[in-house]
Design a protein around this ligand. Sequence first.
Ligand SMILES: [Mg+2]
Length: 110
Amino acid sequence: MDFNDYQKRALTTNLTKDDRFLELMQQVLGLADEAGEVQSIFKKWIRDQDADFAKLDKANVTKELGDVLWYIAVIAHDLDIRLEDIAAANIEKLRSRKVRGTLTGSGDNR
Ligand SMILES: [Mg+2]
């Protein structure tokens, strides 16, 4: 499945609202919520499993990262952005930083 196919399929499970702003904000909040669920898995892994990689629940990590991906795909669609374009732009940004030796450091536009 490629990025555009995924984005199309994700949209088939999106519950839309008549108010575009409310729909977008619901999705942005959902993205933060799902990112928090990823963080929670790792917090509990550190707290309860002493960060033992053999005990990390990768199936749950996979599920929650999928939820993050779903929100990214739907938010992007709402803003008329193709998921494939997000992926390509991100890889190009990081490739450029690597070539220029700026993968480390701070600032979005380095
Ligand atoms: Mg979730």
